[in-house]
Ligand binder design. Structure first.
Ligand SMILES: CC(C)(COP(=O)(O)OP(=O)(O)OC[C@H]1O[C@@H](n2cnc3c(N)ncnc32)[C@H](O)[C@@H]1OP(=O)(O)O)[C@@H](O)C(=O)NCCC(=O)NCCSC(=O)C[C@@](O)(CC(=O)O)C(=O)O
Ligand SMILES: [Mg+2]
Length: 290
């Protein structure tokens, strides 16, 4: 099981942050060349991210680069630096249509050939940040075999929707639409960033909602959010004990030729056994909640 619970944004222009953030062990790190980098720092940030990718600093952590949109004066240079540097994943911001993804795929393939990288080795992800993007999310999610996931980007989305971040109701439709598109395309789904870094209670409340909805994880802006997220996503010992009992009961039922049984008054059938096995493999990959 590939865990992609935490995807930590690091401004591509911030050498101090880049030189230390691997110690926090996010599942994925996202070097940002887009909105966290001012216009006058774009070139320096691109170079810094390229050299970071070439180094072994983030070995063992998935390395994502958020490029500027290809329609901007920076997008193509960002993409070349990311592919040449050996990024694992390119994150396209402000994705509006399937054609945006197809254009990215074409450019990545050209660059892979040009710089001798294995064709197909660079994965893609698309961030959906507008009403059009949400409406087109199924077409976006299925636009390329290289897509490993799609993300909801809450801050640009609420601007487009002429509202603001609040209790989450403003994101409900976008979250559900993007998540369904990801699941239909069999790729991962990532939730929005939570900007109030000192509000642990609010962060965990939001994590509880998105975990229940079914998101693989969340984009993060601060290392302090990583451990909180990983712990909240880990199954409890109680969950693991119950899953073990379900699997054992199902195995016994199988030997007796029974498809459906009751365990302590609760029905156990195939999808419930599948869920129990998912809890066990998640516990194996992430450990249990503290
Ligand atoms: C918020 C704050 C300024 C707070 O800083 P503070 O210094 O007060 O925080 P502290 O906790 O005190 O830091 C303790 C120690 O950790 C270090 N440290 C902090 N953050 C770190 C980090 N991210 N990576 C590595 N290291 C880090 C720090 O340097 C210090 O190191 P040291 O001095 O050595 O002790 C800082 O976190 C930060 O800049 N975050 C990244 C912001 C960013 O990238 N925004 C763009 C992406 S969102 C977007 O674009 C919207 C979106 O597009 C999203 C979408 O698409 O999904 C949409 O539309 O929604
Ligand atoms: Mg944005």
């Amino acid at each position: 099981m590939t865990l992609r619970r935490s995807m930590l944004f690091i401004p591509g222009s911030n050498a101090a942050m880049i030189s230390t953030a691997f110690v926090f062990k996010p599942d994925s790190v996202m070097f940002d060349l887009e909105d966290a980098v001012s216009l006058r720092e774009k070139d320096a940030a691109r170079l810094l991210v390229y050299h970071t990718l070439k180094s072994s600093l983030y070995d063992g952590i998935e390395r994502v680069v958020r490029i500027n949109p290809l329609s901007t004066p920076y997008g193509k240079d960002d993409l070349e630096a990311a592919v040449r540097g050996g990024a694992d994943v390119i994150r396209l911001p402000k994705t509006e249509t399937a054609d945006d993804v197809k254009e990215l795929e074409t450019c990545v393939e050209e660059l892979e050939r040009k710089c001798g990288r294995e064709v197909g080795s660079t994965l893609l992800m698309a961030a959906i940040e507008s009403a059009s993007g949400v409406i087109n999310s199924v077409a976006i999610a299925t636009a390329s075999k290289r897509l490993m996931g799609i993300a909801v980007a809450g801050f640009d989305y609420v601007v487009d929707m002429q509202t603001e971040r609040g209790d989450g109701s403003e994101l409900f439709y976008a979250r559900c639409a993007v998540l369904h598109a990801a699941r239909a395309a069999k790729i991962d789904a990532f939730d929005v960033v939570y900007s109030d870094i000192n509000n642990e209670e609010g962060f965990l409340k939001e994590v509880d909602v998105i975990k229940r909805l079914g998101f693989n994880g969340k984009s993060l802006i601060n290392p302090r959010q990583i451990e909180l997220l990983h712990n909240a996503y880990a199954p409890t010992q109680e969950d693991v004990d119950y899953a073990n009992r379900v699997v054992a009961a199902a195995e016994k039922a199988e030997t007796e030729g029974l498809g459906v049984i009751a365990l302590n008054g609760k029905m156990i059938d195939a999808p419930i056994v599948d869920s129990a096995k998912r809890v066990l493999s998640r516990a194996q990959a992430s450990g249990v909640r503290r």
